[in-house]
Design a protein. Structure first.
Length: 81
């Protein structure tokens, strides 16, 4: 199990944790997701195999709803061939 897998499992178990945008970016880059930072207050996450684009506010703490949606996107990307 890689560090990215462990971090996603931790997010799944505790979406209310003190997660930072850097945690999401690290996981996204390790699994091949695109990270879009336009210098604004949000960061976008996408993957070529998914039509979903998740936009997350970059301020701390990240709300649990965004962590859950990020985990769902990671699961969707991991299941695709």
């Amino acid at each position: 199990m890689t560090r990215a897998d462990k971090r996603v499992d931790s997010m799944r178990q505790n979406p209310r944790g003190d997660w930072r945008i850097d945690d999401l970016k690290t996981v996204a880059q390790r699994i091949g997701m695109r990270v879009r930072e336009s210098g604004g207050s949000h960061v976008g996450f996408s993957h070529p195999s998914s039509a979903t684009v998740l936009t997350v506010p970059a301020r701390r703490p990240i709300k649990p709803v965004y962590i859950r949606m990020f985990v769902d996107l990671v699961d969707e990307v991991s299941e695709s061939p």
